[in-house]
Design a protein around this ligand. Sequence first.
Ligand code: NAI
Ligand code: MG
Length: 351
Amino acid sequence: MTNHRIALIPGDGVGTEVIPPARRILDAVGRRHGIAFACTSFDWSCERYAREGAMMPADGLDRLRGFDAILLGAVGSPEVPDHVSLWGLLIPIRRGFRQYVNLRPIRVFEGLGSPLRTAAPDAVDLVVVRENVEGEYSEIGGRLNRGFPDEIAVQESVFTRAGVTRVLDHAFALAARRGGRLTSATKSNGVVHTMPFWDELVAERGALHPEVTWEREHIDALAAGFVLDPARFDVVVASNLFGDVLSDLAAAIAGSIGIAPSASLNPEREFPSLFEPVHGSAPDIAGRGVANPLGAIWSAALMLDHLGHPDAARDVTDAIAALLAKTDVRTPDLGGSATTAEVTDRLLDLL
Ligand code: NAI
Ligand code: MG
């Protein structure tokens, strides 16, 4: 029996509705593969912020440090500004635990109509590797002359050789294990300092991975390519901002943001990595029991893979594929009428 200590942060809104299903799936697949999960739940959320003035306690990261992984639902509430909820919990975890790789796989499953007629089922199977701790999302900058006509805002992007190199190496290694193809998102024609630097490092790291065919593509053309011919892509590596946008687009191609998973990885394993669905707290549907749990469950599968259980992870993604291909049990975001619990029960049967 392998034991794993998992920190659960359900968060807000539908986050609290999709983590219990993910936990049921983990327990079921764990029983079959001899893995036990000792889960500890943390109530860190916008609700806690309203109550105590902080998304998490001051020693939050220390409390998480000893866990093998973190499984998170979603944070965010209409009552709390989004930059407060994001910078009060998720960004400190990503940065404090050096989770510099953000992995966002997506597949167009058989049985799930993509809104794109160019996205053939089973042909689209790609991963966006997003740089997760630097780039465009930086705290460097400021605002001057607030409220005056000459008010200005400046925000600096930060690209470091070490930071770009390590995420590129991760992406090239992943491409070597998958289809051997990598696309790098750039915009070196418009962003004339950081993006040429990114491109140079892609060429430098690419030379060390001769088994991977790589190309660079400007982010605007790349976004159009996702829509026109998504099956063309395998591993796509991008800076923090570009990767954020591209991965939501990829999720939409798959039919719903409700199924898309993500992993924020600390590849060196000095710190726990974090797994969460791509979607937010969905206040528009929260509390009705109809949130799609598949994004959270697929995220749990990514966690299993990271913890060294690829067979258990494959069982979960195979069950998701079977559910979509062989049944019509699905939540309203996928055009069905099933509840979160009904989808989870059916998935457990298939598992
Ligand atoms: P959202 O992802 O919460 O919702 C976008 C749309 O997708 C909505 O129509 C929603 O109903 C639908 N949706 C999302 N998850 C779903 C699920 N599991 N099943 C079915 N439908 C689902 O994004 P939005 O509305 O921009 O943000 C809401 C809040 O969530 C904000 O406070 C935002 O800051 C936060 N947020 C948090 C994230 C995180 O925790 N990583 C990521 C994105 C947003
Ligand atoms: Mg996003």
